[in-house]
Design a protein. Structure first.
Length: 393
């Protein structure tokens, strides 16, 4: 996925974490209800076919969480830059944006309301897979999406019901692109995007219903979701529409876990030119996405119990995920992503190691970034080794 020199304290902290010296204690428990924290992460990218052999600082995150009997809330802000794939900026922090920032009220143990930059309740939550690098659902603006609005949540027996209204996408952060948000959302295209459109998403309505479900020895949930929004085009000054719906299942059987989802996305923009695609953006970039298509994802994981290497390694999990965006436009090449990986804790560090494979995937394999999720890219599979090492405080 996409990214001002690292402050002195950040460099010292990172050195301390990675090489075992005494790191400063930055976590702050302000009260019984308020916690402040964050994370420092580094990443490694290896792709011999493209001559990529990179490692460096990935992210610094600062976060806050409030939790009382009635009032709740959370916020997180992210900083990127200088190291791959954001080597085009001079200093770490030149690219930054809010991930979420919301407050909420619990009416009782089964009902709550959230206001602000909160997660859009569509499909599997909070993520469509157990991988670190997310699925193509993220690329097409369905997975891990946070927008500005209100969300109501209620538990009724075995049911969890959520409904939200989002007036607009997140406020812009800092960066070099129109796509200066954490979430990948409908965004006016940068001038460099051929065939790009200039749409803004407004008035997003979304509803999600999930029921607890037992299938033999599998405990889990099954659910349905639907959303609808307006797409305002800045060039034609006309409104188009965006619709999507999804069905999903998530279950576990001892150490085994599975996630399955199907979604249909239909966008009818009022573009000045080609309406077969809509420009999306996030992580300091914009690209085109096919207006209509079917999305599929399947995820299988296995958690290995026990401790290893003298207790240094714990929480080992292995997993695989496949996702597909099957585009309705006949001459558009479908986008695919396949991930095999493992995650585990090494003392205070959390580590994910993944083999990423993409075909017509804007983020993987050297395909055409601006067009891969729309008309398509090189139409060949490309692989890449990826590792992320994080210290969360």
């Amino acid at each position: 996925m996409t990214h001002r020199r690292l402050p002195a304290y950040g460099a010292g902290l990172l050195f301390s974490i990675l090489f075992g010296t005494s790191a400063p204690v930055l976590a702050v428990k302000v009260s019984d209800h308020l916690d402040l924290g964050g994370a420092v992460r580094v990443r490694v990218d290896e792709d011999a076919s493209r001559g990529i052999h990179k490692w460096g600082l990935d992210t610094i995150m600062l976060s806050a969480r409030y939790d009382s009997d009635s009032w709740i809330g959370a916020a997180r802000y992210r900083f990127y830059g200088k190291d791959y794939p954001f080597q085009y900026v001079r200093r770490f922090g030149e690219i930054s944006f809010a991930e979420y920032a919301w407050i909420g009220y619990r009416f009782d143990s089964s009902r709550q309301l959230q206001l602000g930059l909160n997660q859009v309740p569509f499909g599997l939550q909070p993520y469509y897979s157990g991988t670190f690098y997310e699925t193509l659902g993220n690329v097409i603006g369905l997975e891990d999406v946070w927008e500005l609005g209100a969300k109501y949540i209620q538990d009724v027996g075995d049911w969890n019901l959520q409904a939200g209204y989002y007036a607009r996408t997140a406020w812009p952060g800092q960066g070099t692109s129109n796509g200066s948000t954490y979430s990948i959302v409908v965004t006016p295209a940068d001038a460099s995007v051929a065939g790009g459109s200039r749409n803004d998403e407004r008035g997003l309505f979304v509803a999600r219903a999930v029921r607890k479900l037992e299938l033999g020895n599998w405990d889990g949930e099954a659910g349905v979701s639907a959303m609808s929004s307006a797409l305002y085009n800045r060039d034609t000054r006309r409104y188009g529409r965006r619709y999507a719906y999804a069905v999903h299942y998530a279950g576990s059987n001892g150490p085994w876990g599975v996630k399955l989802q199907y979604a249909r996305q239909q966008m009818a923009p009022r573009n000045a030119g080609d309406s077969r695609s809509v420009s999306f953006g996030g992580y300091d970039g914009t690209f085109n996405v096919a207006s209509r298509g079917n999305f599929y994802t399947g995820d299988l994981s296995y958690s290995i119990p026990g401790k290893f290497v003298g207790g240094w390694i714990t929480g080992v999990k292995v997993y695989g995920n496949y996702s597909l965006y099957d585009k309705s436009q006949k001459d558009f090449r479908n986008s695919q992503r396949f991930i095999l990986g493992t995650s585990f804790s090494l003392k205070a560090l959390w580590i994910a190691v993944e083999w990423l494979n993409g075909r017509n995937d804007p983020y993987l394999g050297g395909s055409n970034y601006a067009q891969s999720a729309a008309a398509g890219g090189s139409n060949v599979w490309r692989g890449q080794f990826y590792m992320n090492i994080g210290y969360y405080f």
